[in-house]
Design a protein around this ligand. Structure first.
Ligand SMILES: Nc1nc2c(ncn2[C@@H]2O[C@H](COP(=O)(O)OP(=O)(O)OP(=O)(O)O)[C@@H](O)[C@H]2O)c(=O)[nH]1
Length: 564
């Protein structure tokens, strides 16, 4: 695998690893940020949601309390048949009705059970008496329960069976100066209006819930969850806020915390936040106990909606893009400074190995530049050595070729060298139309020299003859030891007279100079003149035949033959 490809793979792995790391770090940080900010948002949202209900309600409660403290009403309740008292009381009720937000009121009397009510349409202005409450009637249980509990103020979401309306009722007890409960007054706010204006407002990802002091749901956008007439329901049958959570442990924890907030308001933070699971999604719940109305405000924040982690995606996208650009830049720099010079260096090495001398090398600085410079020096050194080596090989080859053509003992051409000369000169003679001479020289009874004087003496005799041939010939003639005690002389160019003269001289000189009479050497010589274009080997044979005849006719003599 090439370095470039490996680097690409490593870079890709790095990008992937870094991206994953960045993604998980981002997820972790985003969740921490969402959690911290979510808690702040939940606290603010709880205050906001609480204020939305408290603002209109507190006015209604204050009005209802004023109405409960009305002396006119008290007089009438104490003396229902007192002259003019009922009319005054009805006027008083009417004036409060006009001030209440829902333009309605109710007055319920403990002693008579009389229930008085007029609505926004003023349907019962003339006679507000509606019906008589009865302690054994389930629909009236709320009244008797509140009286029994003796709570001066209570909010109650309850359908009024007699009136056929479901309202959020503000109930305030009427007491006389001694504290004895005379009855109850209050007003009702239409549930649908309050849900639409306060609870089910269009806040994406935010759910507002109001629960009473037991945790029973009183206001919620889905009326099926509302625990109507919660007051008179036994414990365990109430629809409490834990119904909203997926996990029972969330519900238990939240209800337990709500109880502590209610019972020990000073020991607990005013707003409690926690994480719960609702509809399979992680939500942040914020809870406040609204001591002025004895209710809890519960706000649920769907974190994926309110603070979606995906909103951080552009940031992570930019981070990843930045990393990619950095890595690409790094790759580009690395390619320019390292990979490209290395590739060029590799090409140069391959070129050098293939014997090219014109290898182009890049320029560069730093370590890479140093490496290239060293390689350039090394390359020229290698080229120089190669040239030297090639020169040496050439010389040695020539020497070897020379040696291959020379007889080791005598230093004359050997048979191979002479064959080459013969062929070259024969061709030349043919070309130039000149004759040349061939002279065979064979030592007479050489075997005897070997046998009687030893092989070394034989060698010396051969060398002696060779030396005489070398010195006795013209510079442009060639002598060779053809094999054993047989020599061949090539006379080039040559005429018949020259042939006879030189061959005779060779024959005589050898006999003279080796003192043939005193154990010296004689030679038999066969010579032949070769005509231009004549077959070389036939000419050689002819000369050899002449030598044979010289041997036959007594040795130590010259026989010359002519071409027929
Ligand atoms: N010392 C020596 N002897 C050699 C060499 N090469 C061949 N001989 C011997 O040379 C002799 C050649 O003998 P021949 O040519 O057969 O015969 P001759 O004794 O020369 O007799 P004629 O040629 O008939 O006169 C042989 O005994 C070879 O062993 C060599 O390099 N050195």
């Amino acid at each position: 695998m090439s370095l470039k490809l490996r680097f690409m793979l490593v870079a890709a792995a790095l990008i992937l690893g870094a991206s994953l790391l960045a993604w998980y770090s981002f997820q972790y940080m985003a969740e921490r940020i969402v959690e911290q900010w979510g808690r702040r948002v939940a606290e603010v949202q709880v205050q906001y949601d609480s204020a939305r209900l408290l603002q209109p309600l507190q006015r209604e409660i204050a009005l209802a309390q004023q109405m409960a403290n009305s002396q006119v009403l008290r007089h009438w309740i104490r003396d229902p048949d007192g002259p003019g008292l009922e009319a005054q009381a009805f006027d008083e009720m009417e004036s409060f009705r006009r001030n209440f937000r829902g333009n309605n009121y109710f007055v319920a009397l403990r002693e008579s059970g009389g229930y008085y009510h007029n609505n926004a349409d003023n349907a019962y202005g003339d006679d507000p008496f509606r019906y008589t409450l009865r302690a054994n009637r389930p629909a009236d249980a709320w009244f008797y329960q509140l009286i029994e509990e003796g709570r001066d103020f209570h909010l109650n979401v309850n359908p009024d069976v007699e009136l056929g309306v479901t309202k959020l009722w503000v109930d305030v007890l009427i007491r006389d100066e001694s504290g004895e409960i005379l009855g109850m007054v209050g007003t009702g706010i239409d549930l649908e209006t309050i849900l639409a204006q306060i609870v089910d407002i269009d806040q994406q990802g935010i759910t507002t819930v109001f629960a009473d002091y037991n945790g029973a749901i009183q206001l919620f956008r889905d009326p099926r969850f509302i625990d109507f007439a919660s007051l008179v329901k036994p414990e365990g049958q109430k629809r409490t806020v834990d119904l909203l959570f997926d996990l029972s442990r969330d519900g238990e924890r939240i209800l337990e915390r709500m109880g502590r907030m209610r019972d020990h308001p000073l020991e607990n933070p005013r707003i409690y936040t926690d994480f719960v699971t609702v509809d399979g999604k992680r939500h942040l719940v914020g809870i406040a106990f609204l001591s002025s109305i004895g209710w809890f405000e519960v706000t649920l924040l769907d974190l994926d909606e309110v603070m979606p982690v995906s909103s951080f995606a552009p940031a992570i996208g930019m981070l990843v893009a930045f990393m990619l650009v950095t890595l690409l830049l790094f790759y580009w720099v690395l390619r320019r400074l390292l990979l490209n010079p290395m590739a060029a260096l590799e090409r140069a090495m391959v070129g050098l190995r293939q014997g090219r001398r014109d290898v182009a090398l890049p320029r560069g600085g730093g370590e890479m530049g140093g490496l290239i410079t060293h390689f350039r020096d090394m390359a020229s050194e290698v080229i120089r050595h190669t040239d030297e080596l090639e020169e040496q090989v050439k010389v040695r080859t020539e020497q070897l070729e020379q040696l291959a053509r020379v007889d080791m003992l005598t230093g004359l051409l050997n048979r191979r060298g002479m064959t080459q000369q013969l062929e070259e000169q024969a061709a030349r003679a043919t070309r130039e139309g000149t004759c040349f001479g061939l002279v065979w020289v064979d030592l007479d009874r050489f075997k005897e020299i070997n046998d009687t004087r030893g092989h070394a003496a034989g060698d010396r005799a051969l060398c002696e003859v060779a030396e005489l041939l070398r010195t006795g010939l013209r510079p442009y003639d060639h002598a060779a030891r053809w094999g054993g005690d047989e020599f061949l002389v090539l006379l080039m160019p040559c005429k018949r007279d020259d042939l006879i003269a030189i061959a005779s001289r060779v024959c005589d000189e050898i006999a003279d100079k080796t003192r043939a009479g005193q154990g010296g050497i004689t030679v038999s010589v066969g010579a032949s003149l070769v005509q231009p274009g004549e077959d070389l080997y036939e000419a050689l044979q002819r000369a050899d035949d002449a030598l044979y005849r010289a041997k036959e006719s007594g040795r130590n003599r010259l026989v010359v033959t002519e071409a027929e």
